[in-house]
Write a protein that binds this ligand. Structure first.
Ligand code: ATP
Length: 162
């Protein structure tokens, strides 16, 4: 897919025609970014890049990106701000759309990395593994335990990369 690439593997931050830093005297182009869950906005602001885990691999969105839609898997979503800091979120499945320098990320759950309670996630992982072992042939219990395990593993992975 030419409109989205894995910036980690390509080493390129110039996707979509944007650029990571402003030339002297020029204003850096911006993206309007909203990260929404059914409970409300987790992030609503401006940024210069969004990196999100699409089902086809990580995508990096910069200003001037062509209209684009991607389904997201559970993982880590990063919003790179104009001051070169970034906000990192553990995100569940959902989708991302891009249109006219506006990025919408819509997911079931999103937690800011610094808000994740590591011990809670570790305990949830232990519980999920015990539930999985006890589920036997019960498909409903097995699916619920696997889902809880994936959420906990994702939270732990996001925190441990900080
Ligand atoms: P737990 O058993 O600890 O509640 P869970 O995976 O069952 O974990 P969820 O049902 O996925 O929890 O989430 C319930 C709410 O709690 C959501 O708003 C989610 O963002 C938040 N949440 C869950 N785990 C954590 C955590 N470790 N740190 C911060 N927020 C969390």
């Amino acid at each position: 897919m030419s409109t989205a690439t894995d910036p980690a593997s390509s080493g390129s931050a110039a996707l979509g025609g944007g650029r990571p830093s402003s030339a002297p005297g020029t204003e850096r182009r911006r993206l309007g970014v909203r990260l929404l869950t059914p409970e409300g906005a987790v992030f609503d602001g401006v940024a210069y890049m969004v990196v999100a885990p699409s089902v086809q691999g990580e995508v990096g969105i910069l200003p001037r990106h062509t209209p684009f839609i991607a389904f997201l898997r559970m993982g880590e979503t990063r919003i790179k701000l104009l001051d070169d800091t970034e906000q990192v979120f553990a995100t569940t499945e959902g989708y991302l759309s891009v249109e006219e320098d506006r990025v919408l990320v819509l997911v079931e759950q999103a937690e800011r990395a610094e808000d994740i309670d590591f011990e809670r996630a570790r305990a949830a992982l232990e519980r999920a593994e015990a539930d999985l072992a006890a589920a036997g042939d019960d498909e409903v219990k097995r699916v619920a335990a696997e889902s809880a395990r994936r959420r906990a593993e994702n939270r732990l992975a996001v925190v441990s990369r900080r």
